[in-house]
Each structure stands twice: as C-alpha cells, then as structure tokens.
Write a protein that binds this ligand. Sequence first.
Ligand code: GLN
Length: 537
Amino acid sequence: MHFVFITGGVASSLGKGIASASLATLLKSRKFKVRIRKLDPYLNVDPGTMSPYQHGEVYVTDDGAETDLDLGHYERFTNQSAKQSDSVSSGKIYSNVLMKERKGDYLGSTIQVIPHVTNEIKSFIHSDLKNEDIAIYEIGGTVGDIESLPFLEAIRQIRNDKNISSALIHMTYIPYLSSAGELKTKPTQHSVKELLNAGIQPNIIMCRSEQPIDEDSISKISLFCNVKKESVIPALNAKSIYEVPSLYSKYGLDEALLKQLGYKPKNHKLNLKPWIDLQKKIKKRKHKVKIAVVGKYTNLKDSYKSLNEALVHGGIENSTDVNIQWINSEKENNNSLMKKLKDCNGILIPGGFGIRGINGKIHAIKYARENNIPFFGICLGMQLAVIEIAQNVLKIKNAHSSEFKKTTKSVVGLMTEWVNKNKIEKRDKNSDKGGTMRLGAYKAILKKNSKIFSIYKKGVISERHRHRYEVNQKFLSKFENKGYYFSGMSPDGLLPEVLESKKHKWFIGVQFHPELKSRPLDPHPLFVSFIKAAIND
Ligand code: GLN
C-alpha cells in the first residue's frame, strides 16, 4: 500500500479538497483501489458543533459521523461512501491522548507532542485500512500554521520509514501581478521552505493559478523547490468542478504520482469516459430554471454545499442550468420575500437548527402550497411544512414544534413526548446509535402508489439523517383527511419520513437529507424529479 499526503501552502481555500477528490477519481479510473481521508488541524473534537457560517456544512456519513464538508467532495467524486474513520481533527487526537493518559495507559511517562501526539496521528493514518492500493490523506489548513505542526512531524516520520512507500503533493498559489505583467513564484518557494523546515521535501507541486503558467515559471519552481519539471503541475480554474479530474490529468498529475510510486502509468490505463460524457452533458444544458432556497446560512455558500451540488446534478440530468436564488429568511419581511419568490420556478427549504428565520420559511411554504409551485422540504423544511399545514389547513391552534414553542399541540417534537419509553430504549439498542440526535443512514418504507415510490421506483430506501425532532405520529390521520400523506415511514412504523400532497403538483417533505447522497454520475432521483417539475412550472 502507498500513502499519499496532500498539503497546502500560501493561502487557504485553494481547493485542496477538490484536488484530493480529483486525484482519487483519476486513480480509481485507472482501476486502483483508493481510500481518501482528511486530517484537520482545528481543536474542535468534531465539526458537529461548528457553525456552518464559519466552517461550511457538516457532512454526515452513513455510519453517523458528523464530518468536514470535504468528505462530501470525496464521496461525490469517487462515488464511494466515506466512514467515520475517514476524518480526524487535532482536537480528537489530543482528546484520545489525554484520555489514555487519564487511564494510565502511558504508565506515568511525560506526555509530549513528540512522540505521544505524533504516534496517535500515525496510528490514525494506519487505522482501519483494508486492501487499498493507495491511501490519500488531505491535511487541512496551511503549512506554517501552528496547529498543523504535529501532523507534518507525523508525516515526516512516516516518510522516513524505509518500509513505507509514500509521496507528498504540495498545493500552492501562484499570484499574477498585473502591474508587472508576471506570475510570481516566490510565495511557492517560501511555502516549500516552510515544509523543508519541517523536514519534508515535496515530490509534486500543484500550482493553483488564475492565469496559464508559462514554461519559465515552471522551470523556476522546479529549480528552486527541488522538484522534477514534470512534477510541477499547473492547476488552473475550471468552468465546472467536475472538469477538474480531466484537467489535472491533462497536466500530468496522475502520471507524475504513479511514477513517483514506482508504477508504469501505461500499464494502468485511464478511463475517464463517464466524466467526459458528464462534461458534454453540462455543456449541452438547454433549459434554465430558478430555484429559491430559503434558509439561514445563505452568506457562505459552503454552508449548503451538498444541497447546491445536488440541485446542479438534478439540473444536468434534465439538461437544465439551475440558477439558485439564495434567500435569507431572517432578512426579509413577508412582502420582500413574496417578491423574490414570485419569479422562482421551485421553492426549497433546507435543513437547519434554531428558531431564527422560521416564520419567513413557513410563509414561503404557504405560498408554494397555495400556488401549486413545486416545493421540496428537507429535514427542518419538512417539519415546517407540517407546522404550516397544521396551522393553516387543519386549523390546529398553537400547532408548532416543541423545538420552537411550548405547546400542547406539538405536531413536531421529541419522540419521548408521545412514544412509550420502553419502545424508544428498544429502538436505540437495536440501532446501536443512542444519544439524542438521529444521525447517519436509516431505512424507510415507501407506500406503493405514492409519488415518492414512483420517484425512487422502490419500496425500501436508506437515507442519511441529522436531527433531534420528529413528526408527531398522533396527528397523522388529521393530515391524511385533508390530502397530506405520510408516504414514507420508519420500518417500525413509529416515525414519519416523507410527507406529500395528493392535490399539489410537486409537494414533498423528507425527514432525511437526500442531498448527501447525490453524485454527479448518479444524481439523486428526488432532485431530478424536483427540477423536472420546476421546468414545467
Ligand atoms: N432542528 C431540527 C431537528 O433537530 C431539524 C434539523 C435539520 O434540519 N437537520 O430536528
């Protein structure tokens, strides 16, 4: 097995995650068995409690880990499900070390960054591997940050081990100075010096740049950074992120890496046909559709990364360019919100936590429901649709979610409010996922003759969850009397998973997060169907 480490220098936000995912895609397209993982230098133990405003979305894996959004890129590009053991933060590493110290595992020795923290990092790197040919590790942050030092030291030790084959790819930025009319390689040279200070010589340098990189600059980087010329890879902007694998391959990234690892690239033929076909489909899009996403974290688009991508995938499948109108429900009054919604062909309310901005979202749902505009509610979006219908159609006074209001009419609430304690305990034992949050993949049973069944074309689905509150089973018949059906339920029949309207053109709410499982090469059926309905709006 070979280890490939990817570090970043000069600036953050260079697209290291996309680069790592693209590299994994190229290697998979050459039939290698690949694993891709992330090491993050921040001290939070996991990203579950980090604000989406600061760190982008929390990506949830099948096995219920709340992880960094880069794992979403990995899954979308490799079409391979990530696991809990595919990401770790410094916080988690330190907390493991401190826990071991408390348990006396170190037999009273002095606990230090080297060797205790670095050993913990190395054991993560080696853990839970199977028969992969190549394991890729993206190191978050920028070389030179204090937090990344233990990671670099662990990598140095691994690269110093004669029995381990490894390569290190360093991604940097080459700025263009318009006054000088030149690309500047100095920041890259400094960033490589920073790596050398940590005892690490990179094998490949990927140069992010907004301008084509000339031969002179490549030669300079090769000379000053002590890297072969063919291993200095330009990494230019692409029109679509899904062009990146073929673009990087064109500049020789996968060949340079395979040579470094001792393979003959021509013996491992590259097949990028599905990706080239996808690019053709992207270029051929002939329709345009405008979808309103009414949420809260709309300032930072990364907060809804998977959702954004899933809508794009649904669009590509319908030859449609999806224009997303991000609407911050907190900042709008009902009039300005209506104005914005009026020229949209579909309305989507994504997942979210907390009371801020919910009234605007409920208003948007009412508008979609009354005007037969395609509506898609995800997690919180479904819960708010239940509240809206309960208040305005079923006329249940004070109907709300106990997350937001103390009420005897909690149409959405904690399961403990209406399900017998013993039943819940049995449930938690069976699922082995106690705790308060329903996290990770759960099955749902879809009713035949429902819209959702016709979309999935099957009766049993598995989707990922991340929520605490559930739709209250006690009110279901009241909804059904008015034409709102819970057409998907948990296998034990206790929890509503899907809400749909029989009268409406496309009105679906789901308790899970389908966006987490949409892939460019395998778009999620719910998004494909939603966009299709919006085109015909
Ligand atoms: N806040 C809601 C809950 O915890 C919805 C969560 C979500 O949308 N992911 O149930």
